[in-house]
Write a protein that binds this ligand. Structure first.
Ligand code: C2E
Ligand code: CA
Ligand code: CA
Length: 536
């Protein structure tokens, strides 16, 4: 899951992802098209084989009806003139068989066309013993001495009668030029090659029975037998020559498939990318497990110890990377999850702090709350664990002035929060919608000077304004936090000015994991003996 998730969400893998999906879809459709084409070819082969079998079926039916006719009509004394006349009449029927024999006990005594033979021909043991139709076969025998000198044929015998079958060829319609056929006779558990391309039948019965499985070998095979299982025909079709003959159509189909695959890739990827978008995966896993708190120390400049921290939200993504709040807070707001989010964050922080900080450690905890959630009753519930009499934490909510919420009308909520033991700070003062009027008129605990002041370059207007802003807030008597203190020089300057209560910034500590924060606090937090320590 981890690796798949990383692969799916990484923007750098986007092209690879699309290429893989295109390839899979194309391969799938290509395999489908190849299957259909192979089935078509196999179907044509089956039709050809059926036609071949019909020819052999008709030949056997002829032979059977000739033997039946001989049984019925050859009633005269064997080999007498009337007998031979009757035999000739039967032989004359245009069914491909024109020579009949009288062969009691396997010895040919007379023939329809030549009459009594000079030397009776002993047939000997047959090549194919009498089967379902009671017909035994002597394959490709010389007919010399039977009035057909120099010719060969297959002799079929039933009871006292026999006949000569001219040499077998595959039917005149040997099928299209792209396939080869072979005719075999089944003999016992084996078979005998009779006509066509030798080896085709053996290969066909060894080949996979399912058509698409034959595609990789490049040759398709089909076979079929007559209902008696005596004649079998097989066909083979090499695919490459077939494909080269139809190259133009194939190129056209492949181009169409690749365009279709591109379109399907586009559809599939947009569904998949929507599923794996940060917003979707954030919302899918919107629970306390994904939430991580970072703790940024607040250095108390009066005592030079760390007496508090700001709790900052982080999100652990499916691939384990830590996501910063600017990416997920807008989603939280968009989906009206702000209250639940703050409650989850407060609960996570409480679990972290209660587990890792000593109970003797008093600590101020600044939480950012969404301006729209400024509802004292609800916030008091959320912060309840921090408000218990035994709690050694002082929770503070940081509020940003926005167009959305007018802090002036919120004094009642602020009062209720303060009464319940929750401090209230104005955050990012001096940026956005900050109002001097609010600063003067609102009753609250502290002000955080926007970090752009302390972070400003040495010779900038902003940095000159830093002193004035400090002066301004100081005049209101509120606790003053200067954020964005990145250098030792800035920290010294704030310390020397004597008007700033807390400093916060990378120059003191970056937002830390709970473990790192606990360690930092052990070193820089207030000591029981009250000895201050220098930080930074
Ligand atoms: P903020 O409340 O002004 O938080 C201080 C931000 O400044 C933090 O960014 C912090 O990492 C950064 N910062 C601190 N010291 C320095 C410094 O010396 N230099 C610089 N360049 N940056 C510094 P972060 O954690 O990315 O948070 C950004 C904002 O996201 C926060 O600004 C706050 O408005 C919001 N936020 C963070 N956590 C939460 C939360 O749990 N709830 C709500 N509602 N908002 C939150
Ligand atoms: Ca803040
Ligand atoms: Ca701030």
């Amino acid at each position: 899951m981890g690796q798949l998730a990383t692969f799916m969400i990484s923007p750098t893998n986007r092209r690879v992802r699309r290429a893989v999906v295109w390839l899979l879809i194309f391969a799938f459709m290509f395999a489908g098209a190849a299957w259909i084409a192979a089935e078509q070819v196999a179907q044509s082969m089956r039709i050809e084989l059926e036609r071949s079998l019909v020819t052999y079926g008709a030949l056997r039916a002829n032979i059977v009806s000739i033997f039946d006719a001989m049984d019925a009509e050859l009633t005269a004394s064997p080999c007498s003139q009337p007998y031979l006349n009757a035999m000739r009449r039967i032989a004359y029927v245009p069914d491909g068989i024109s020579e009949l024999f009288y062969a009691p006990d396997g010895v040919i005594v007379c023939t329809a066309n030549g009459g009594r033979v000079d030397t009776p021909l002993v047939l000997g043991p047959p090549d194919v013993a009498a089967g379902a139709f009671g017909i035994a076969l002597w394959l490709d025998r010389s007919l010399t001495g039977l009035g057909l000198d120099g010719l060969t044929g297959t002799i079929a015998r039933r009871n006292d009668f026999a006949l000569a079958i001219p040499p077998q060829f595959l039917p005149a319609h040997t099928g299209p030029e792209w396939m080869q056929q072979e005719l075999v006779y089944q003999v016992g558990s084996g078979f005998l090659h009779r006509a066509g391309a030798e080896g085709v039948y053996a290969a066909a019965i060894a080949a996979p029975a399912i058509v698409p499985l034959g595609i990789p070998s490049g040759i398709l095979y089909q076979s079929a037998c007559d209902p008696a299982g005596e004649h079998c025909v097989a066909a083979q079709a090499p695919l490459l020559p077939l494909a080269t003959q139809r190259i133009a159509a194939i190129v056209l189909i492949l181009s169409a498939l690749s365009v279709l695959a591109a379109w399907l890739t586009q559809c599939a990827c947009s569904v998949v990318e929507r599923y794996w978008s940060f917003e979707a995966r954030f919302l899918r896993r919107f629970n306390q497990n994904g939430l991580v708190c970072a703790y940024q120390p607040l250095l108390n400049l009066r005592s030079d110890t760390v007496t508090g921290c700001e709790v900052l939200a982080r999100w652990r993504d499916v691939d384990g990377t830590i996501v910063m709040p600017d990416q997920f807070l807008p989603i939280v707001e968009k989906h009206n999850l702000t209250e639940r989010f703050t409650a989850m964050l407060v609960a996570t922080a409480y679990a972290d702090l209660a587990a890792l900080l000593p109970e003797t450690q008093r600590l101020q905890l600044n939480f950012n709350i969404f301006p729209r959630d400024l509802d004292a009753n609800r916030l008091i519930q959320v912060f309840a664990p921090f408000l218990a009499a035994s709690s050694h934490f002082t929770p503070v909510v940081e509020l940003v002035e926005t167009a959305e919420v007018d802090l002036a009308t919120a004094q009642m909520e602020i009062d209720a929060l303060r009464e319940a033991g929750i401090g209230v700070y104005i955050d990012d003062f001096g940026a956005g919608y900050s109002s001097m009027h609010n600063l003067a008129s609102l009753v609250l605990d502290g002000v955080k000077l926007d970090r752009s002041f302390a972070m400003a370059a040495d010779d900038s207007v902003m940095v000159r304004m830093l002193d004035h802003a400090i002066e301004l807030v100081h005049a209101t008597g509120r606790a003053l936090v200067v954020e964005g203190v990145e250098t030792r020089e800035r920290l010294e300057r704030l310390r020397a000015g004597g008007r700033v209560d807390f400093a916060q910034g990378y120059g003191i500590a970056r937002p830390l994991t709970i473990e790192a924060f606990a360690a930092f606090l052990a070193e820089h937090g207030s000591r029981p003996n009250g000895q201050p320590r220098m930080v930074a």
